[in-house]
Design a protein around this ligand. Structure first.
Ligand SMILES: Cc1cc2nc3c(=O)[nH]c(=O)nc-3n(C[C@H](O)[C@H](O)[C@H](O)COP(=O)(O)O)c2cc1C
Length: 275
């Protein structure tokens, strides 16, 4: 136990393609504290079942950046958290474009739930849209990113021991407001990446009917009988394209989106930690 009584860290995350999970788990490992079972709110059932209870004196809360903000599926679960004066570390994981002010938005939300902000970070990852013709951030978080995550965890533990002050990180309102719930038709016209990206049509001949895509969909948008995607509920996270062992589902980007993201291929992005 550290001198101020802190002994357990717990991760809370939403992570359709796994990079947010890897990042926050590595930060937690780096603290050297006991790690409680994570609160993984990626799947619909886990979001519904979780009653908001957490354990531990410090929460590492990880979200992927979606259009410069928190994915809408994170809003209900995060609003169920009860901080009661405990520490939180907001972490945004983004795919080579920009994290924008997601950690400030997440800090604002966590403060309204009664948390104090100890530290915060933006980490870099492979973009959800990355595929063979667009290797955007391929392999990230890489070894170096994860070393930085681990070191950041170590600094969090050190800071906890020193009777710390809150990190002077601004709180900002959620980009689309507290009650924003993403449905494709609700996106402002200029943010409708959803219309530029889609999962390919289902190829019945190739499908081995393993149902992994159905089970991995954060929106429950894939019909377990027909494997058709409910386009209105699909959030274009591309989890289904990553998990399919038969390559039945492919990532499709419009020409405009391909151009936009191809221009980012040479971008140099590094993690930023604030402590
Ligand atoms: C709908 C959508 C919107 C995204 N918007 C952004 C963005 O604004 N900026 C950015 O750099 N990456 C963006 N990304 C990429 C993700 O932030 C990135 O791939 C992240 O690592 C995904 O996390 P996960 O692996 O935990 O699912 C977006 C991805 C999706 C699916």
């Amino acid at each position: 136990m550290t001198p101020n009584g802190v002994e357990t860290v717990q991760c809370v995350y939403f992570s359709p393609t796994g990079t947010t999970r890897r990042t926050v788990e590595t930060i937690a490992e780096g603290t050297g504290l006991r790690i409680a079972d994570p609160i993984d709110v990626t799947l619909p059932a886990s979001r519904e079942e979780w009653d908001g209870s957490t354990q531990g004196a410090i929460l590492v809360v990880g979200v992927p950046v979606y259009a410069g903000t928190l994915p809408s599926h994170t809003l209900d679960p995060l609003h169920r958290l009860e901080g009661n004066g405990r520490w939180a570390v907001p972490v945004a994981v983004y795919g080579m474009r920009s994290a924008e002010d997601t950690i400030e938005q997440l800090s604002g939300l966590l403060r309204t739930r009664g948390f104090k902000i100890l530290a915060a970070a933006n980490f870099v990852a492979e973009h959800s849209y990355s595929h063979d013709k667009l290797p955007l951030g391929l392999g990230r978080p890489d070894k170096r990113d994860l070393e930085i995550a681990r070191e950041f965890g170590g600094k969090i533990a050190e800071k906890l021991e020193s009777h710390p002050d809150e990190l002077p990180l601004e709180s900002r309102p959620l980009k689309y407001g507290e009650n924003y719930r993403r449905k494709r038709e609700d996106w402002p016209e200029n943010r409708r990446w959803g219309s530029s990206t889609r999962v390919s049509d289902y190829d019945e001949k190739k499908c081995i009917k393993c149902n992994i895509c159905v089970e991995s969909c954060p929106s429950g948008a894939i019909d377990p009988e027909t494997y058709a995607i409910d386009e209105a509920n699909c959030i274009r996270c591309f989890a289904c394209t990553r998990v399919c062992p038969a390559g039945v589902r492919q990532t499709r980007l419009s020409a405009r989106a391909m151009t936009f993201f191809t221009d980012l291929l040479d971008a140099k992005k590094e993690p930023e930690t604030f402590i």
